[in-house]
Every structure is written in C-alpha cells, then in structure tokens.
Design a protein around this ligand. Structure first.
Ligand code: FAD
Length: 276
C-alpha cells in the first residue's frame, strides 16, 4: 500500500487501484493518463514485463467505462537496449489498445528514436498516439515543423531533464518565453490536438487566448497531486483536462522526485493529511 502523502501523487500499486482513482476524477470530468512507473531498463525481460502490464492495462481500460488513456516511457520499453526493442514493445501496446497511447519524452539522447517511432505509429494508427516534446531543447522548433503535419497529438512541456547548455536553454525565463512561442506555433500550424503539459497558470492562460484566436483543439494535462482543484475548475469551464496518474510498485523514486523539485508539494501533501 502507498503510504499517506505519497498517495497524493501515486494512485496505488495495482492497475485496479489506479482505475478506481480514474473513476473518481472522471466524476469531476477530468480524464486520466495512466503511467506504470518504471524506467531505464537494461534487461529486455524487464521491458517485456512492463509491456505485458501495459497490454493488460489497455484491455482493462477498454473493458471498463472510464475516460482514460496510457502514457509510456521509452526507457521502460527498452530504448536503452535498442531502437528495435523499444519499437516492437511499443507496437505490441498500440496494437492491444483501443485507447489513446502517449509516448513520454526522456533525455536528449532518446529524442530522435522516440520521434521516429511516433511518426511511424501516428501514420499506422491514423493519429491514435501522441508524443511529448520539450521546450528547453533548442532543437524543438525544428522538431515541431516535422510533427505539424502528422496525425496524432503533441504534448508540449518545459522539460524535466538536466540537459547540456550547448543543446538546451538553461534559465527559466528563456524556457518560459520559448514555451509561449512554441505553443503559438502549434496553435497556428497543428491540425491534430495539442496537449498543454504544464501547471503554470500563465501558460494555461496563454493557451486559452491562442484557442480563442485559432480555434485549434487542445487539452490541459497536469500531474496527479498538483493543482487538482485547478484541474476541476478548468474542466467546469469546458476545457478538456487530463490528469497524469502514475502507479505501480516503483513509486518511491517518483515520489521523491516530486518532493525534491518543489518543497510546496510536501507542505501541500502534509496539509491534506492533517485536514483529512
Ligand atoms: P513550473 O515552471 O515548474 O512552474 C510554473 C508555475 O506553475 C509555478 O510558479 C506555479 O504557479 C505553478 N506550479 C508548478 N508546480 C506546482 C505545484 N507543484 N503546485 C502548485 N503550483 C505549481 N517532462 C519531460 O521532460 N518529459 C515528459 O514526458 C513529461 N511529461 C509530463 C506530463 C505532464 C502531464 C506534466 C504536467 C509534466 C510533464 N513533464 C515532462 C514535466 C515538465 O517538463 C516540467 O518539468 C513540469 O511540468 C514543471 O513545469 P510546469 O510548466 O508545470 O511549471
């Protein structure tokens, strides 16, 4: 069982617990993006094991009446082993799932292989897949030109990985400014959907203004345990909102990352426990 505080950020150890959480947020018109925790596998058997789990999860989502999709990490499907292992595991999940499948983006050494796989499956599924792209990488403007005409959705995030200064913007103001510009490009040029993967009220306000101007479809995506009341408020305003929901036995390192990146997370979680 996930202990108090951590269970604000992680939905449980099993898919059944995670789907129960989805049912709760669906009641508030917030949809779910499920992620089985796991990354950086070097043994093909580990990547295959998580692929099997995702196949089971996809079937559970399809057989229950829930508004949910999946997001996978390339290194959990074996991208560190080889591009072929990654692509064939991803293919197995995509073939088993009726629901939408997102591909998270990891550090810059994986970007090309991840985008190649996305391009292939965007065509093969006629847009039932999405990929994440990071505003802090200097290459992203060019990548978006390549992605603009593909079917499928693209989630724009600021970027979670500590990348070298030669290839990445390092200061927050620059990343914020680039995020705004890239979002504007996406609203102008994209026909498939846009995922605004940010908790930042300024970026969400910017997306709303861009939607008013260009009318492109978009959804706001935030993590479980972060600004949850804002998630519900946005959904009441008829904005499509997705909550990214990690679950699984490898919850500790994910929780530790959330706490380290923002001390308010632990204060917020502690307050929730005290007032419950
Ligand atoms: P920040 O720039 O961190 O903060 C801006 C403002 O947002 C803050 O001033 C505050 O007002 C608000 N805010 C931020 N966090 C909190 C909080 N905890 N509580 C209250 N208010 C807060 N990164 C990747 O590299 N690859 C991925 O595949 C990926 N997938 C993601 C999927 C989702 C759904 C989300 C939400 C993020 C994902 N990220 C991913 C992480 C992302 O790159 C950022 O590191 C992370 O979202 C922090 O940036 P931000 O835009 O949310 O806000």
């Amino acid at each position: 069982m996930i202990p108090p505080i951590a269970n604000n950020f992680v939905a449980g150890e099993t898919p059944t617990e995670a789907l129960s959480h989805i049912e709760e947020i669906n009641d508030d018109d917030v949809a779910g993006i499920l992620n089985l925790l796991g990354e950086h596998y070097e043994d093909p058997a580990d990547a295959e094991g998580d692929t099997d789990e995702y196949v089971r999860l996809a079937r559970m989502i399809d057989s229950r009446d829930v508004n949910a999709c999946i997001s996978v990490k390339p290194s959990q499907l074996g991208i560190d082993i080889s591009a072929d292992v990654f692509e064939s595991n991803l293919e197995r999940i995509i073939n088993a799932a009726d629901c939408f499948v997102w591909i998270d983006m990891e550090d810059h050494t994986t970007t090309d292989t991840t985008l190649d796989a996305y391009e292939r499956f965007a065509h093969e599924t006629d847009g039932n897949v999405g990929v994440c792209i990071q505003a802090n990488l200097k290459r992203t403007g060019d990548d978006l030109k390549r992605l603009a005409d593909l079917p499928g959705k693209v989630r724009l995030v600021k970027g979670a990985y500590d990348e070298p200064a030669e290839i990445a913007h390092k200061d927050k103001e620059t990343v914020d400014a680039v995020y705004r510009d890239l979002l504007e490009y996406m609203f102008q040029e994209f026909e498939g959907g846009i995922g605004v993967g940010s908790h930042d009220p300024a970026m969400i306000a910017h997306a709303r203004e861009l939607h008013d101007e260009y009318e492109t479809d978009y959804e706001v995506q935030m993590l479980m345990g972060v600004r949850e009341s804002a998630q519900v408020d946005l959904s009441k305003e008829d904005i499509s909102v997705y909550q990214y929901i990690p679950y699984g036995s490898k919850w500790f390192s994910y929780f530790y990352r959330r706490v380290r990146e923002r001390k308010e997370n632990i204060l917020f979680a502690a307050r929730a426990v005290i007032s419950s």
